[in-house]
Design a protein around this ligand. Structure first.
Ligand code: BEZ
Length: 220
């Protein structure tokens, strides 16, 4: 119900909460201080699309960890259901789920994060929260029940955030395979006449490339 649903926004701090998981109690976001984490919710255990999503996340878990990023699943199912489902996935698909799954039986976490979208629904939607090492929510994605998520896009987003932060740049569409500038990085647009002249100098010296003073880019 709307009055129960609080939707955190990009730029908000992730709300503090203690959650019950397949790996015991976890304090969010404090237990992940200094790490990125992806919290993703799914409608229910033992459902087909969700099962393919868990296998896909597990198969990329090493790649997420290389980016100092942890995964946390969530649904309103109980811990015993999560554990039985994990056992089924291991026995039938050969993947051992190594990340914790939150058991949000009361729906309290779902209500705090805006994961219960319809008045009649007790199932959480497919949501993804990307949270940075300072506990700031950097991205929120919502998917419908009938469409499984693209884990490579979630990996791309974490990589993009990290490069943007380190290099002070922005990423073009479909980075690192942009149709115009490939894997080059976009330099934030100049905002003063002085900066425009400076950009022009950089272009003339071959330090950066540009389509115009407001669309400059450089190699990684
Ligand atoms: C699924 O994961 O397959 C699923 C879950 C809820 C509704 C529809 C499909």
């Amino acid at each position: 119900m709307m009055e129960d649903t609080k939707m955190p926004l990009i730029g908000d701090k992730f709300p503090e909460m203690v959650v019950n998981t397949t790996q015991g109690e976890i304090n969010l976001p404090d237990d992940y201080s200094g790490k990125w984490f992806i919290l993703f919710s799914h409608p229910a255990d033992f459902t087909p699309v969700c099962t393919t999503e868990f296998v896909a996340f597990q198969q990329r878990y090493d790649q997420f960890r290389e980016l100092n990023t942890e995964l946390i699943g969530l649904s309103i199912d109980q811990v015993f259901s999560h554990l039985k489902w994990e056992e089924w996935i291991k026995d039938n698909m050969g993947e051992e789920i190594e990340f914790p799954i939150i058991a949000d039986g009361t729906g309290d976490v779902g209500k705090q994060l805006g994961l219960l979208h319809t008045a009649s629904s007790t199932a959480t939607v497919r949501a993804v929260f990307i949270v940075d090492p300072e506990a700031t929510i950097r991205a929120i994605l919502y998917y419908p029940a009938e469409l499984g998520r693209n884990m490579d896009e979630i990996l791309r987003m974490v990589k993009g955030f990290q490069v943007a932060q380190k290099e002070g740049v922005a990423m073009p569409a479909n980075w690192p395979n942009n149709e115009l500038i490939g894997d080059s990085l976009i330099i934030p647009p100049a905002s003063t006449a002085e900066q425009i002249a400076e950009r022009q100098g950089q272009v003339d010296r071959g330090e950066i490339k540009s389509y115009d003073w407001w669309l400059c880019y450089r190699e990684q």
